[in-house]
Design a binder for this molecule. Structure first.
Ligand SMILES: [Zn+2]
Length: 315
């Protein structure tokens, strides 16, 4: 590599080192899944909970303290739809934390970040994180469980697969902060850049979740559709979605700060949307357009995954 390129790569690695904290992803995977699938395919397939017996097949590491929880023990009318919705957040329940997966995982916020994000720079020359592989891993397990006649775990694995695929529709999972901000606003100050980057990332995700919880129609409407993306493999689908939102992450970052300028102060902040009115105006309008676009695409890929699964198992 030429010197200039090496310098750029070093700089970028320093930027990525900014994000060593915990990583959330879309909050509200359950809500996204619920609204994306509620008018789609028939998923009222009855299920009965079965024990997890996939230790030999599911060879990738879990956090040793992760415990498989069962949420529907007393249910007699459990359906595939309910399992897909209720476990969509499961990969955030410490399944991926506390692991040594890759020496570069510190650049993505540890093992959780490594498995839930895919940061790309220099047109994809640098890519960090394995979320697309994780989406494929659990998809393959879902197909396997289905072939064993274990419909419960088929849909539970499918729900986990959905989680990683949906994470790829969140722009901040494709880049933590525009390089220009790191250089000019924060002048390479890692501590300040980390705090501001996390402020922007987490508060935007909380904002979207809060709106969904409030049944905010424009966000619900872009999810509640029936069109879907057809794809050959889940891993490729996740890569495509990640590359697509990567193109708008810088704009989303600028707009988040334009709406809530205080997030740019390097002090950890948690916005309270109930208490403080959301500032309206052209920046919020444009930010909403981006959120609606990415949420809409996330919904289309969510339905695409169900379509793919049905094709593959002949359901
Ligand atoms: Zn996640």
């Amino acid at each position: 590599m030429p010197d200039a390129m090496i310098r750029r790569v070093m700089l970028i690695l320093a930027l990525l080192a900014v994000f060593s904290g915990a990583v959330l992803g879309w909050d509200g995977h359950d809500l996204i899944t619920y609204h994306s699938l509620k008018d789609f395919a028939t998923l009222d397939i009855p299920l009965v909970e079965t024990e997890y017996t996939y230790g030999e097949r599911d060879t990738t590491e879990y956090n040793p303290s992760f415990v498989v929880k069962f949420l529907h023990e007393d249910w007699d009318e459990l359906t595939a739809f309910q399992v897909l919705v209720d476990y969509a957040q499961e990969p955030d329940w410490d399944l991926d934390t506390g692991l040594e997966l890759n020496p570069l995982q510190m650049l993505t916020g540890g093992s959780q970040g490594w498995r839930h994000q895919r940061y790309t720079l220099l047109g994809g020359l640098i890519a960090l994180g394995v979320a697309p592989e994780r989406a494929q891993h659990f998809y393959d397990l879902a197909v396997y469980a289905y072939e064993q006649g274990d419909l419960y775990w088929a849909f539970r694995f499918l729900s986990r697969s959905l989680h990683y695929l949906q994470d790829m529709g969140q722009p901040y999972h494709s880049l933590p902060m525009p390089v220009a901000h790191f250089l000019t606003k924060h002048r390479l100050n890692l501590t300040n850049a980390t705090i501001v980057g996390e402020n922007v990332h987490y508060n935007l995700e909380w904002y979207v979740e809060w709106r969904l919880t409030q049944e905010y129609e424009p966000f619900i409407d872009v999810l509640t559709r029936t069109d879907y993306v057809e794809f050959a493999t889940v891993e490729q689908a996740a890569l495509d979605l990640n590359n697509e939102v990567r193109r708008i992450v810088e704009r989303q970052y600028d707009l988040t700060l334009a709406v809530w300028p205080d997030l740019g102060i390097p002090v950890k902040q948690t916005l309270d949307f109930e208490r403080d009115p959301v500032p309206t105006g052209k920046f919020l309008t444009e930010l909403h357009e981006i959120i609606e676009q990415t949420l809409g695409r996330t919904g289309e890929y969510t339905r695409g995954l169900i379509w793919r699964f049905k094709q593959d198992v002949g359901l």
